[in-house]
Design a binder for this molecule. Structure first.
Ligand SMILES: [Zn+2]
Length: 195
């Protein structure tokens, strides 16, 4: 008998569920490097609960080259991951699975230095999740605040949701001029629009 496939909301992590962190010494925003920097974005936990109620499996799909770049230890990465979970749990939400790409093409640590097929915009993480969790890609959504999230979702054959202010000049980065299927100002807005 054919196994029934589930729908998933594939979710970027930093900038979509939790806040990006501004590093004034470097002049850029990046992922949290220590657990105390992990802070949920307003409405994010509620958004996850709405998506769950709509029947979606919640799967994090995230590039996390922080260890590879020497920004944090593996231990710190794991602690950040636990802090993320505990913040969600304290608001009655949780994700079902997490898929992280630890690689970077110019990683300081040789073990993670490669051009992999899992770093977004490549769709590798989404394909792995789909295979392992029996997900119907065509009926699933990739949700994120970056161009790479939309590109990865389109390559995987998913519907896509862009979080933030969508600028028309971004269109050229998407397959055959395809726009994201949904644009929302935050994850809560996205969760309400996703059917
Ligand atoms: Zn990778």
């Amino acid at each position: 008998m054919k196994k029934r496939l589930v729908r998933a909301a594939f979710l970027d992590r930093d900038g979509t569920i939790n806040k990006l962190v501004y590093y004034p010494d470097h002049g850029f925003v990046d992922s949290p490097f220590v657990p105390s920097q992990v802070k949920l974005l307003p409405g994010a936990a509620q958004a996850l609960k709405i998506l769950k109620k709509k029947g979606f499996l919640l799967v994090i799909i995230s590039n996390q080259p922080g260890v590879a770049k020497g920004n944090m230890t593996k231990k710190a990465f794991a602690a950040i991951d636990r802090k993320f979970d505990s913040l969600l749990v304290s608001r009655g939400a949780k994700v079902d699975a997490k898929y992280y790409c630890p690689h970077h093409p110019r990683a300081r640590l040789a073990a993670f230095r490669k051009k992999c097929s899992c770093r977004k915009p490549a769709p590798g993480l989404i394909f792995s999740a789909a295979k392992e969790l029996c997900i119907d890609l065509k009926r699933s959504y990739m949700v994120g605040d970056g161009v790479v999230d939309i590109q990865a979702g389109q390559k995987a054959g998913c519907k896509t949701v862009f979080i933030g202010h969508f600028k028309p000049e971004l269109w050229k980065y998407f397959g055959k001029g395809r726009k994201p299927d949904i644009v929302a100002k935050n994850l809560l807005g996205a969760a309400r629009k996703i059917r």
